[in-house]
Design a protein around this ligand. Structure first.
Ligand code: G
Ligand code: MN
Length: 390
């Protein structure tokens, strides 16, 4: 039974959704599905009145049609991004087109659904978008507390001890990247690992380093570790090394005498698209210096974050790495296929090499190859593993 406006206001909700569609019937049906799933729903029949509701509307997600008279969905998304950087926007369209899908991605839309959308798919997509919204808010709050001594639960001494043990037990795993058409190895990605149980994964180590203001030290330790393995890796293959944005502030990175300096022509430095480069004062200049030293630059995790393609425009990388979230189940998801194909075409036009990450099944691989992908990485080809020292 559909919930009324009054009931809506009383019941705790699973999230606040703004539904934008010029078709009354479709809007009504979305409203019905979402309300009975426990969401609070507000509606707008066109783009500009939707934008007017965003400030103060406290929406967790905006669900919008793309083709609407007046302000269309893409213009709506642009206007919304000026007001709120985080609110996820889910598009639904009856006429899917690659151009609009790419524009949607560029402006940070989080899903692109094709009509007709089943009730289950609709509710699930909105649920995921609400989770994204909450994670973004949570992350922002967490970041604003980082390193604040005396903040609840901040045990600096304990964290420091764990971090030192992690640094001591640090080791580097390597995962192959293959060039499928040639049946050859393209290179390896270096991935940091630790033996410290309190910091069990790279994310935890990096987070600890952030809180302790020791990112530079960690970055140097990782790069020294990578360099020590270079003699054991094939000379004609490249080595992909992940940077944290703050590594770009480290003078050691741009020094010819740094551990990787002598091997720069073999090294591709990955800069993640998940983190903002805004606070790195001179990212572009540092990247230009890295190029002068002979390094190539890759944008990592493309398609995973909100930043869209701005990092590609800012840094003009030689390589981009498509995030594995675009790969998972690509064999059965036509929307992902269209997006990945257009990203591949776009990169080819711009002369950028594209590596697709996280390929796990033969069927994902075959779909990717049929879409034009050639450089592939993932468990299907090899898990990250230790390289025996020579
Ligand atoms: O952010 P970045 O792309 O550098 O992270 C790569 C991470 O993904 C590594 O920690 C690696 O272990 C993991 N990884 C590599 N290949 C696969 C894969 O095929 N599937 C999954 N789920 N994870 C992978
Ligand atoms: Mn990476």
């Amino acid at each position: 039974m559909p919930t009324t406006e009054a009931q809506q206001a009383e019941t705790p909700t699973r999230g606040r959704v703004l539904v934008v569609d010029d078709d009354d019937g479709i809007r009504r049906s979305f409203r019905r599905s979402l309300r009975s799933a426990g969401f609070f729903v507000e509606e707008a029949g066109e783009g500009s009145s939707a934008v007017a509701r965003v400030p103060g509307g406290n929406f967790d997600v905006i669900l919008s049609d793309i083709d609407m008279p007046g302000m269309d969905g893409i213009a709506l998304l642009r206007a919304v991004r000026e007001l709120d950087l985080d609110v996820p926007v889910v598009f639904i369209t009856g006429t899917p087109r690659v151009e609009t899908a790419v524009q949607a991605l560029e402006h940070g839309a989080c899903r692109y659904l094709t009509k007709p959308v089943g009730e289950h798919e609709l509710v699930q997509s909105i649920e995921r978008a609400v989770q994204l919204r909450r994670m973004a808010t949570w992350r922002r709050q967490a970041l604003s507390h980082l390193g604040v001594e005396g903040a609840p639960g901040f045990d600096r001494a304990g964290l420091e001890a764990g971090f030192l043990r992690a640094i001591d037990g640090l080791w580097i795993a390597f995962q192959p990247v293959v060039r499928w058409s040639a049946g050859k190895l393209f290179g390896h990605e270096a991935l940091v690992r630790s033996r410290e149980p309190s910091l069990p994964n790279p994310g935890a180590i990096l987070h600890a380093a952030e809180r302790l203001d020791r990112l530079i030290e960690l970055g140097r330790k990782i790069r020294t570790g990578v360099a020590s393995h270079l003699p054991a890796l094939p000379l004609d293959g490249c080595v992909l090394v992940n940077l944290h944005p703050s590594d770009l502030d480290d003078p050691d990175l741009v020094s010819r005498d740094s551990p990787l300096g002598a091997h720069a022509s073999r090294i591709i430095l990955e800069i993640t698209e998940r983190a903002s480069l805004d606070h790195v004062s001179n990212a572009r200049r540092q990247v230009a210096m890295l190029r002068e030293l002979g390094y190539r630059i890759a944008i990592d995790d493309l398609g995973a974050g909100y930043a869209g393609l701005t990092s590609v425009a800012q840094l003009e990388p030689e390589v981009v790495k498509l995030d594995m979230s675009l790969v998972r189940n690509i064999d059965v998801e036509p929307t992902k296929q269209r997006l990945v194909r257009s990203m591949i075409d776009l990169c080819r036009d711009m002369g950028i090499e594209i590596i697709v990450e996280g390929v796990e099944t033969v069927s994902e691989r075959d779909t990717l190859v049929s879409l034009g992908a050639d450089l592939l990485q993932g468990y299907l080809f090899g898990r990250p593993a230790a390289i025996p020292t020579p």
